[in-house]
Design a protein around this ligand. Structure first.
Ligand SMILES: *Cc1c(COP(=O)(O)O)cnc(C)c1O
Length: 514
């Protein structure tokens, strides 16, 4: 193996083998503890069954008994198996894993924000409402739009909200016969899923050879039955759609709406206002663009900005100036609006983090961050383009750069093998096999938060791995990862039949033997 001695992401921290050295294999909590002990002394209690409405437990609780240090060490050891943006570069394209400034965390922990309760009287949460109002103002100003729904809890939820607003607007106009939604082939899976979930028929728009969407193809697909197009800009190939304005015009001329997937807003924030391009609705992933922690299923927030035509259909609740000069929460819809899509007001902690990021950068700082994100992606592209094949070389990359697997042709190494070998070098792999429009996709998004040194170390590793792949050390890839706590997993089985319950051995000997 000739890959030793080169700079790596987190270096020797990943030399774990299988349960060796400083990252031991970690058994389940139930396997460490036992049901006969307890970490605390509790008096026996007599529970009167009649107060539990017949739901009293009939069997023993069987929780694992652990001392405080045993419990603490278990979770700390698990956390050390986790790769995160705090431990190294995370070049996952489309996901925008950027550094989360600690100032955001400090602000989110201010008791006035972290301890508010959604059912508190509004007179006692004026500061929180003011923050939501300011965040709304920033989002509408950055996008040049007329309204914003803050409540959606992720990008996909924002898509649902935006498409529901479009649906409501068309019902109000007597246009309920519009049942088709156009979705370009390169789209993120959530776009067709959202349209289908709402009962629309999804009609794909083919991608051009150069990775962009052709206005002529959109025109050909438009018709009196089309409700909307869902277009991502910059798109998932990392390209700014050159005909986006013509596409918006064609869509509007046909009486349809333009939903923009704004997950890639980090490439253009402060530089381009999507409202100027003709969008009607767009979600913004606060957890991507505005640097709030995400991944691993952590909280997200996907506010949706709306054009003037869609503004009357925004869901409740939203913040509004009250007659007495204070702020109030509008809790009930009027007219044809959507009603409510979440129980309460959305992810307050994410709002605080996002507004902190906006205020600490300022308008000019946000534009600079977008430009730096694009610069970093183009730097990676320039350094890697001789060894990896750039899928769409005709355009400059935006915030991410897309390679396909043609440079690996004949090596016997697949995109998956290559990604697994990156783990051995201490890097989280890039996004693989997405978007679907190129073969064996490798989508790399460095974000603005990485330094030139970090990018150089990453590119050096990628170039050395590419050279190894073309050498004759195929095993180094097909056998990878060898230094991670786990080797290759049966990912399909893990996803299709996850084992989510621990059962005591005597009750389930078959499961325990697996
Ligand atoms: C991340 C992403 C989404 C979905 O956003 P979530 O917050 O993960 O639901 C949709 N479209 C694109 C292009 C994305 O990158």
């Amino acid at each position: 193996m000739n890959t030793q001695g080169r700079p790596t992401g987190i270096g020797t921290l990943s030399h774990a083998g299988s349960g060796s050295a400083l990252i031991p294999d970690e058994p389940l909590l139930f396997e460490i503890g036992d049901t006969h002990h307890s970490g605390v002394d509790l008096p026996e209690v007599e529970i009167d069954d009649s107060r539990l409405g017949g739901f009293a437990r009939k069997t023993k609780l069987d929780l694992a008994g652990l001392t405080e240090p045993e419990a603490m060490r278990h979770y700390v050891r698990l956390s050390r198996m986790n790769y995160s943006i705090d431990s190294g570069m995370y070049p996952l394209g489309s996901c925008t894993m950027k550094h989360n400034p600690r100032l955001n965390e400090k602000m989110a922990r201010l008791p006035g924000f972290s301890d508010v309760h959604p059912l508190q009287p509004v007179s006692t949460v004026q500061g929180a409402l003011e923050l939501m109002s300011q965040l709304s103002h920033w989002l509408m100003t950055l996008t040049n739009t007329s309204a914003v729904a803050l409540t959606p809890k992720a990008g996909a939820h924002g898509e649902l909200c935006g498409m529901m607003a479009i649906h409501a607007a068309q019902q109000a106009r007597g246009q309920g016969h519009r049942t088709v939604v156009l979705v370009p082939e390169s789209a993120h899976g959530t776009n067709p899923a959202t349209a289908a979930f709402l009962g629309y028929t999804v009609k794909p728009v083919p991608a051009r050879e150069d990775g962009t969407v052709d206005v002529e193809a959109v025109k050909a697909a438009l018709g009196p039955d089309v409700a909307a197009i869902m277009l991502t800009n910059p798109n998932t190939c990392g390209l700014f759609e050159p005909q986006v304005i013509e596409i918006a015009k064609a869509v509007h001329d046909a009486g349809a709406f333009f939903y923009c997937d704004g997950a890639n807003f980090n490439a253009i924030m402060g530089v381009v206002r999507p409202g100027d391009l003709g969008i009607d609705a767009m979600h913004i992933n606060l957890h991507k663009t505005f640097s709030t922690p995400h991944g691993g299923g952590g909280p997200g927030a996907g506010p949706v900005v709306l054009s003037e035509a869609l503004a009357p259909f925004a869901p409740v609740p939203f913040v509004r100036k009250a007659a007495d000069g204070g702020l109030e929460m509008v809790e009930h819809s009027e007219g044809e609006a959507l009603g409510r899509i979440t129980a309460f007001h959305g992810q307050m902690g994410m709002y605080v983090r996002a507004l902190t990021y906006m205020l600490s950068h300022g308008g000019d700082g946000l534009a600079r961050a977008a430009r730096d994100a694009v610069l970093n992606a183009n730097y990676v592209k320039a350094r890697l383009q001789d060894a990896f094949s750039v899928s769409f070389p005709d355009y400059p990359a935006m915030h991410e750069v897309l390679f396909d697997d043609s440079s690996l042709a004949g090596t016997g190494v697949s995109t998956l093998d290559f990604a697994k070998a990156m783990i051995d070098e201490g890097y989280h792999p890039m996004t693989m096999y997405f978007p679907l429009v190129v073969h064996g996709a490798m989508l790399i998004e460095p974000t603005e938060s990485e330094s030139k040194q970090t990018l150089d170390a990453f590119c050096d590793t990628m170039l050395a791995l590419a050279a190894d792949a073309r050498g004759n050390d195929k095993e180094r890839f097909t056998g990878a990862p060898t230094r991670a706590p786990r080797r290759r997993l049966d990912e399909t089985r893990a996803a299709r039949s996850p084992k989510l319950r621990w059962e005591p051995e005597e009750a389930a000997p078959a499961a325990a033997a697996e």
